[in-house]
Design a protein around this ligand. Structure first.
Ligand SMILES: Nc1ncnc2c1ncn2[C@@H]1O[C@H](COP(=O)(O)OP(=O)(O)OP(=O)(O)O)[C@@H](O)[C@H]1O
Ligand SMILES: [Mg+2]
Length: 348
């Protein structure tokens, strides 16, 4: 059985590594860990401090005692464009030749500045054309992410897109019938990846630049505290000198949750307005900020849909040597890494 990559999720608040073993019995988790990054190390999806990321990767590999070097990574945000496009019907080889020309009409970047990938969704649509899912990623950003991996003495074998990776991780754990439609939202620190999935197919993706940082920044501003204090207040583990989390924190969190839920709803409304199939069954949240209870509730209120938190370990056998409490506490953060860990080194 072909060995799969180690999933390396380079997030702006932390990097995560997931090592899976695939066998006849299913998926077995060999290792999972996270290594925090200082704020400003990665800003708007751009790596500002390369050596800090390299150090974090090395530290994580040492701590988890990982020996494998093949890794799969993901990129997200403004540097990636995902679009459904239609092109005249043609053969695979013609398509391979023509794609960058076709793509040029659909992406706002110069064709020499992007790497193009695509998947054929339909060979023959109602208008006799082909439907493709086009992915264009800025070369510069792909190069930056693969370079930190190489600088950490690892091999970047697969570069995926976070929204699709989250979908992969989700599908490994949940069965969707061809009619089931879920809105999968990976709510990180800086970016949230939205992917609306029906059956096994992605109907709509969008990355919005909003996430857990918004809570921290607003607490910082409103309560006039440091970033560290604000972060600690947010996760609820910190108390002030009187032994209580200020009530104001709750109020600020509620306010920001409304704003973020509103942003997600705009994407959902756009999908519903522009798509022929207009039913959505539920919303599934992942990412560290899925743990903000007020956000969960705000999304539920606005969407009138059931909201649940994805468990990336649902169908994964956990090695008894691993710390189950740690895995559960950080389950939402692990979804992208899990999706990456499913990839084989020779995958496209
Ligand atoms: N228990 C918790 N309560 C509230 N927020 C939390 C909790 N645990 C983590 N978070 C928040 O989740 C975010 C980190 O999530 P995640 O690891 O998914 O993001 P990331 O991948 O580092 O960032 P991005 O993908 O946006 O670059 C941070 O904003 C963090 O404060
Ligand atoms: Mg992330």
């Amino acid at each position: 059985m072909a060995r799969n990559c180690i999933g390396l999720d380079i997030g702006s608040s932390s990097i995560k590594a997931v090592h899976l073993r695939k066998s006849k019995r299913g998926l077995q988790l060999q290792a999972f860990g996270m290594e925090p990054l200082m704020p400003q190390t990665i800003v708007d999806g751009t790596i500002m401090d390369q050596s800090a990321v390299v150090d974090a990767i090395r530290a994580l590999w040492n701590r988890l005692k990982l020996r494998r070097k093949d890794v799969a990574i993901a990129i997200a945000g403004h540097s990636v464009i995902i679009k459904k496009i239609s092109v005249p019907a043609m053969s695979n080889s013609e398509l391979a030749e023509q794609i960058s020309y076709e793509a040029e009409h659909h992406i706002p970047f110069a064709k020499d500045d992007v790497e193009i990938d695509y998947e054929v969704i339909s060979r023959h649509n109602a208008n006799g054309q082909m439907d493709l899912l086009l992915v264009a990623a800025k070369k510069e950003v792909v190069a930056d992410y693969t370079q930190v991996v190489r600088d950490a003495s690892l091999q970047p074998m697969v570069v995926d897109v976070a929204a699709f990776t989250a979908q992969n991780g989700f599908e490994a754990n949940y069965e969707l019938t061809p009619q089931d439609t879920v809105v999968l939202v990976n709510v990180g620190a800086a970016i949230s990846n939205i992917n609306i999935i029906r059956g096994q197919q992605s109907l709509f993706t969008r990355d919005v630049t909003i996430g857990g940082n918004s809570f921290t920044e607003e607490i910082q501003k409103q309560l006039n505290v440091s970033q560290d204090e604000a972060e600690a207040y947010k996760v609820g583990g910190s108390y002030d000198e009187h032994g209580v989390v200020p009530q104001e924190v709750e109020r600020v969190i509620e306010g920001v949750a409304e704003v973020i839920a509103g942003e997600f709803q705009r994407s959902l409304d756009f999908f519903l307005a522009t798509s022929a199939d207009t039913n959505v069954d539920r919303i599934c949240l992942a990412g560290g900020s899925a743990k903000v209870v007020a956000l969960h509730r705000a999304i539920e209120r606005r969407s009138h849909l059931p909201v649940e938190i994805v468990d990336p370990w649902r169908r994964v056998e956990i090695d008894p040597k691993l710390d189950a409490a740690y895995l559960n506490a950080h389950a939402p953060e692990a979804l992208v890494g899990l999706g990456l860990a499913l990839r084989a080194p020779n995958d496209k």
